[in-house]
Design a protein around this ligand. Structure first.
Ligand code: BGC
Length: 417
């Protein structure tokens, strides 16, 4: 008899002596192999960092595996349109040196992250600066292009009230620090310092793949120089900065994503239909409507939908850590007993994940009766995180945010042992 069976037999015998009746299912939890436990990937979708192709092996690791993120293309299009709308509505003042060229600089988060790639493309598409590469807009950084000679981008043009302006991507760069961390806000702050000192009067707009980098550039330069700066994420500090001239941001509905991240685990642990409390109301009344998320079954992925946040509506987004009201009802612990979850954040210093996503997760974990252990990585090395998944048997489920989207196997191999 193996040790598990021996223990079970012993407890059964004790229970019988004590007059209790225990069913075999009371032990189910002990016997679930790590490879069969619910697993959710979030924020970094398992995919090839060069081609963007989804890693379906990781997404189908077991029957309770999902990805939770947001619709990167819809968000990217919104971001591009938001910038374009701003330029069009402020055409009289936007061209600071009056040379007829609307110049912008672009902070790129991570050249191998599909969210970052989509945002770069969305901005270039809306502004007419994108150049086709293998059927898609090239998303590579250009370095500098003050004279418009770059081949990765082209000059765009917009016509407002009968006048045609050139739109030029003056510079773009992946904001990666020397240790290898991407989406690095400090690097963006330094970059705007370098750019502004060599061609500052040509910069009319600052665009960033996220608010962490956007705010760093805003605080370092664009706020004082009144240059509109656009980010992504709707972190609370960025939303507040709209009152001070930050141009706008995009909410990726982190309040919905954080809920979905833990909810799919809860449902799998409860053995109920995966749609419970998502498209179908649960007994506590939690339910999402289809204007805030989509589920793509083939991709095993839930995608929250994005909303633009500008001077017109920012008052509704001032606190990015408030739970989404339609899914804010406490689950009954008798029906949904406490379970333990191992969850990591790829970089403890990431602005969005640290200041918006994790505080939301910490609110939902209470509502969903999940005891979550939060692990913060260094943003550079996968092993810094996987080293802390030494004993997966201790947990009932896993939520993973990889450093690199190609690295799913570093985690699944630990769960398969
Ligand atoms: C966010 C970024 C964040 C990144 C981390 C993106 O969706 O917009 O702010 O740095 O995720 O993976």
């Amino acid at each position: 008899m193996d040790i598990m069976k021996k223990n079970r037999a012993l407890v059964m015998a004790m229970a019988a002596v004590m007059g209790l009746s225990l069913s075999a299912s009371a032990f189910a939890e002990e016997t679930v192999a790590n490879k069969d436990k619910p697993l959710v990937w979030f924020n970094r979708q398992p995919s090839n960092s060069s081609t963007g192709e989804l890693d379906m092996t990781a997404l189908n690791f077991n029957e309770n595996t999902y990805y939770v993120g947001f619709d990167a293309n819809q968000g990217a299009e919104l971001q591009g349109t938001m910038v374009l709308d701003y330029i069009q509505s402020n055409i009289d003042t936007i061209d600071r040196n009056g040379d007829g060229v609307i110049g912008y600089v672009l902070a790129i988060g991570d050249i191998g992250h599909n969210d970052s790639i989509a945002r770069t493309r969305g901005v270039r598409k809306a502004l007419g600066t994108g150049v086709d590469k293998d059927g898609e807009i090239n998303s590579d950084p250009i370095g500098t292009n003050t004279d418009g000679s770059a081949t990765i981008v082209q000059d765009g043009s917009i016509e407002v009230d009968g006048t045609t302006y050139v739109v030029r991507e003056l510079a773009s760069q992946e904001m990666k620090n020397s240790a290898g961390a991407t989406w690095d806000a400090a690097t963006a702050g330094n970059a705007i310092g370098t750019w502004s000192s060599s061609f500052g009067d040509q910069i009319d707009v600052v665009v960033s793949n996220n608010d962490g980098m956007g705010m760093s550039m805003f605080n370092a330069w664009s706020k004082d120089n009144q240059v509109p700066t656009f980010g992504y994420d709707a972190n609370s500090d960025a939303v507040a900065a709209i009152a001070e001239g930050y141009g706008g941001t995009i909410s990726q509905h982190a309040d919905v994503q954080a809920y979905l991240t833990l909810r799919v685990l809860r449902n799998a642990l409860d053995g109920v239909d995966i749609d419970t409390g998502i498209g179908t109301a649960d007994e506590a009344g939690n339910v999402l409507t289809d204007d805030v998320y989509v589920y793509n079954e083939e991709e095993r992925s839930y995608y929250a939908l994005n909303v633009a946040v500008t001077a017109e509506n920012y008052q509704d987004f001032t606190d990015s850590t408030v739970v989404y009201e339609p899914v804010s009802n406490q689950l009954d612990e008798a029906e949904h007993p406490r379970k333990s979850v191992w969850l990591n954040i790829y970089n403890a210093a990431d602005n969005f994940l640290g200041s918006t996503y994790q505080p939301l997760l910490q609110k939902y974990d209470d509502l969903l009766n999940l005891d979550v252990e939060y692990i913060g990585g260094d943003g550079q090395t996968e092993s810094n995180i996987t080293n802390r998944l030494g004993n997966p048997s201790q947990y009932d489920a896993f939520a993973i945010n990889m450093v690199k989207t190609d690295n799913a196997a570093s985690y699944t191999s630990l769960l398969s042992q």
